[in-house]
Design a protein around this ligand. Structure first.
Ligand SMILES: [Zn+2]
Length: 147
C-alpha cells in the first residue's frame, strides 16, 4: 500500500507528489523540495539530498533513521537519500513530480480517440507507455533510467 502526499517546492511555484513504500517512512522524512528554479540557489548536500533532473529532495535523515528502527531489513542497509528514493521508501509518485497528473491527462486524450477512431486508439494506447518511458529516459529522470 502506498500513501500519497504532495508538497510545494521552496519557491512555492511547483508541487511534487510522493509515495512511501509500505509506509515505513512518514511524510516528515521529506523536509524540503526544490524545483529546477529554486534548486539553483541551494548548496547541494549529498548526505541529505537527492537530485533528479533539476529537482532536489532534501530528506530529514534523523526521521529516516528513527523510522528505520522498527524495520529490521532496513536497519541492515546504509540509509542514504539514494536508498530512500530508489527503493521507494520516499520517492516521486510515478517517474517524476506531477507524473500521475500528466499521465492521466495523456491517457484521457487517447481514450477520447476510442469513440472516433477505434483503430488509431488501439495503436496509440499500445505504443503510448513505451514511447512515454523512452521520452522520460531521454529527459534524464532517475527512475526512467534505473537498471
Ligand atoms: Zn521552486
Amino acid at each position: 500500500m502506498c500513501m500519497e502526499y504532495s508538497m510545494k517546492c521552496m519557491c512555492n511555484s511547483r508541487e511534487a507528489s510522493f509515495n512511501f513504500r509500505e509506509e515505513i517512512m512518514p511524510p516528515e522524512v521529506i523536509s524540503r523540495v526544490y524545483c529546477p528554479e529554486c534548486s539553483r540557489e541551494i548548496s547541494f548536500d549529498p548526505d541529505s539530498m537527492l537530485a533528479d533532473n533539476g529537482w532536489v529532495i532534501e530528506y530529514d535523515m534523523d526521521v529516516a533513521r528513527f523510522s528505520a528502527l522498527k524495520t529490521p531489513h532496513l536497519l541492515k542497509e546504509e540509509l542514504t537519500p539514494a536508498l530512500l528514493f530508489d527503493e521507494g521508501y520516499a520517492t516521486w509518485r510515478g517517474v517524476y513530480p506531477g507524473d500521475h497528473i500528466d499521465s492521466a491527462r495523456e491517457r484521457e486524450e487517447i481514450v477520447a480517440l476510442a469513440r472516433t477512431d477505434p483503430r488509431a486508439y488501439l495503436e496509440r494506447i499500445k505504443s503510448w507507455g513505451i514511447k512515454r518511458m523512452e521520452r522520460l529516459r531521454q529527459e534524464g529522470w532517475r527512475k526512467a533510467n534505473e537498471g
